[in-house]
Design a protein around this ligand. Structure first.
Ligand code: ZN
Ligand code: CU
Length: 481
C-alpha cells in the first residue's frame, strides 16, 4: 500500500493552470505533492477530509512590502489567513537589502520599518536572516532601485553619475548572484523621480540572461501613465528583460475611464516583449502622504503622522476643518505621514483585474498602524467579491492569477501548480463562503473561508489560526526547490 505524510481527500482540485476544479485527493510526502487524483488505497500519517471544498496551489502575493515584517513577525498571520504561501518583497524601489543607511533614510523606505531594522548591507545577509527567522510563508525578493541610489548617492534629487551607476550595477550583480529576483523601481517617488531613463536602463541592462525581471512603480500613475508605461516597456525591450508594471491603475479623478487605453498599451507591448502587471482589488491606493496627490475631491484618510500621531484615522478634510486651513496646508503640517487615497474608479479597477495578464499583489503595508485593508483581504476579496459575486472571471482563471502565472513570471520553479513533484504549498477554501472581512474603517481583520494552508507540506494555518508550525523558506531566483 502506498504511503504519504498527509492525505487530503474529498476535495475539488484546482490545479492553478486556469482549468476548472476536478474531484480527487492529494497526497503530500517530504514537503511535495506526491500524488493526486483517485488516492483510495493510500495510507498516511495524517488525513484531512476537505468536505468537498477546493484545494488550490497556495497563493503567491507578487507585490508586498513584507521585507522586514517576515523577520519581525514571522508567523505571517495576515498572509496565511488569506491562503498566501509565498510573498515577493522588495517592490516599488524599496528593499531591505542591500542597504547601508550611512547617507540618510529617505522616504518611502520608512514604509518597511524603522531605521534600526535595516541591518542587511548585502542581499546574502538578508537571505540568511530570512532563512533563520523561518517565516510562515516563503519569501523571495527584488532589489530596490531607491535602496541602491541611497547607498551610493549623497542626494536623491538628481540623476546618478556614471560612477554611481557603476557602483549600483556592481551591488545589483552581487544581489542577483545571491538569488534576488530582479530590480524594482519606484519612479513616482521623489527619491527616484530624478533618475534618468538612462540610469534605469543601465541597471536593467545587468539583468538579461539570468531569468531576472524588472518591476516598476511607474513614473506616473495619473495623467502621464501612458508615457510612463512606454518608458518601462522601452527599457525592458532594449535589454530583453520582462517588465512587470506594479499596481497598475488610473489614479486621480481626472484620469478615470482610461483603463481601456492603459490596457491597450499593455496589449500592444505584449505582442513584442514579455510584460505583465499586478493589481490589488480595491478602488483606493495607499502610501506616503504625497502633497502632489492632495485633491479636495478625493477622500484621503491619514493612517499615521509623525508630528501628529493622535490624528491617525481621520480624513484630511476633517483635519483641515479642525485646523481651519486648506487640505494642502494641513497635509504639509502632517509630514511625514501615511495616507489612503480613494482615487480609483471601480470600473477601471474591474477592467484591469480582469485582464488575463494581471496578477494579484496586495501591496499591503504591514508596518502601518491603520493599514489599508488590502493587507488582510486581497486574495479572499478576489475570490469572493470579484469572482463569485461579480463574476469577473471563473474560479480557475482567478486562481491562475494568484498561482501559476506569478510562479512562471518570477521563475519560482516547482510552485504555483498542483502537480506531482511540485512543492506542497496548498490552500483549502470554501468557494461559496470565502470573503474578505477587513474594511477601511476596521482593517485588521482576517478573512473567512480559508480552511487550511500548507507551506512546503507543513500544515501552517487551520480553523482561523496559525498552527505554530512554520514551513517558509527563502526562495532564490530560479532555484529548483
Ligand atoms: Zn508602489
Ligand atoms: Cu508597493
Amino acid at each position: 500500500m502506498p504511503t504519504c505524510d498527509t492525505l487530503i481527500h474529498n476535495i475539488q482540485i484546482l490545479d492553478g493552470s486556469g482549468h476548472e476544479p476536478q474531484p480527487g485527493g492529494v497526497a503530500i510526502g517530504h514537503g511535495r505533492i506526491q500524488a493526486l487524483g483517485d488516492l483510495r488505497g493510500y495510507s498516511s500519517a495524517e488525513a484531512l477530509d476537505g468536505n468537498g471544498h477546493v484545494l488550490a496551489p497556495g497563493f503567491i502575493d507578487v507585490h508586498t512590502h513584507d521585507d522586514l515584517y517576515v523577520i519581525r513577525a514571522p508567523e505571517m498571520l495576515p498572509k496565511l489567513s488569506q491562503g498566501v504561501t509565498t510573498v515577493i518583497a522588495g517592490n516599488c524601489g524599496i528593499s531591505a537589502a542591500p542597504v547601508q543607511l550611512k547617507r540618510g533614510f529617505p522616504e518611502p523606505m520608512n514604509l518597511l520599518g524603522g531605521e534600526d531594522a535595516f541591518r542587511y548591507s548585502t542581499f546574502a545577509e538578508y537571505a540568511a536572516a530570512v532563512a533563520e527567522a523561518r517565516p510562515g510563508v516563503n519569501v523571495a525578493a527584488l532589489v530596490g532601485h531607491t535602496a541602491l541610489r541611497n547607498n551610493h548617492m549623497d542626494r536623491l534629487d538628481r540623476a546618478a553619475t556614471a560612477s554611481e551607476v557603476a557602483s549600483m550595477q556592481e551591488q545589483l550583480r552581487e544581489a542577483l548572484d545571491h538569488g534576488a529576483l530582479g530590480l524594482s523601481t519606484g519612479l513616482a517617488y521623489l527619491s527616484a523621480h530624478s533618475a534618468s531613463v538612462e540610469e534605469v536602463q543601465s541597471l536593467v541592462d545587468v539583468l538579461p540572461g539570468s531569468g531576472a525581471v524588472y518591476t516598476t512603480h511607474l513614473r506616473s500613475e495619473t495623467d502621464q501613465v501612458l508615457p510612463a508605461m512606454e518608458e518601462a516597456f522601452h527599457v525592458g525591450r532594449e535589454s530583453g528583460v520582462p517588465v512587470i508594471v506594479s499596481h497598475l491603475k488610473c489614479a486621480g479623478i481626472d484620469n478615470w475611464g482610461h483603463s481601456r487605453e492603459v490596457l491597450q498599451s499593455l496589449e500592444s507591448a505584449r505582442k513584442q516583449q514579455a510584460v505583465g502587471c499586478d493589481c490589488y482589488p480595491y478602488a483606493a491606493s495607499s502610501s506616503m502622504l504625497d502633497l502632489r496627490q492632495v485633491d479636495e475631491r478625493v477622500t484621503i484618510t491619514i493612517t499615521w503622522s509623525r508630528p501628529h500621531p493622535e490624528i491617525a484615522g481621520k480624513t484630511l478634510a476633517e483635519i483641515a476643518a479642525i485646523w481651519g486651513e486648506a487640505q494642502l496646508e494641513a497635509a504639509r503640517r502632517l509630514q511625514p505621514a501615511g495616507a489612503i487615497y480613494h482615487c480609483i474608479s471601480e470600473d477601471d479597477l474591474r477592467a484591469i483585474l480582469q485582464h488575463p495578464a494581471t496578477m494579484i499583489g496586495s501591496d499591503g503595508l504591514p508596518n502601518d498602524p491603520l493599514p489599508h485593508p488590502r493587507l488582510w483581504g486581497t486574495f479572499p476579496r478576489v475570490l469572493g467579491r470579484y469572482c463569485r459575486e461579480e463574476r469577473l472571471f471563473s474560479l480557475g482563471q482567478a486562481t491562475r492569477k494568484m498561482t501559476s502565472l506569478p510562479a512562471e513570471t518570477f521563475g519560482l520553479r516547482n510552485r504555483g501548480r498542483i502537480q506531482e513533484g511540485y512543492c506542497a504549498d496548498l490552500v483549502l477554501f470554501d468557494p461559496d463562503n470565502v470573503r474578505d472581512i477587513a474594511t477601511f474603517s476596521d482593517s485588521v481583520r482576517p478573512s473567512v473561508g480559508i480552511e487550511a494552508v500548507w507551506v512546503n507540506g507543513v500544515l501552517s494555518y487551520r480553523d482561523g489560526s496559525c498552527t505554530g508550525r512554520r514551513g517558509g523558506r527563502f526562495l532564490s531566483r530560479g532555484a529548483i526547490a
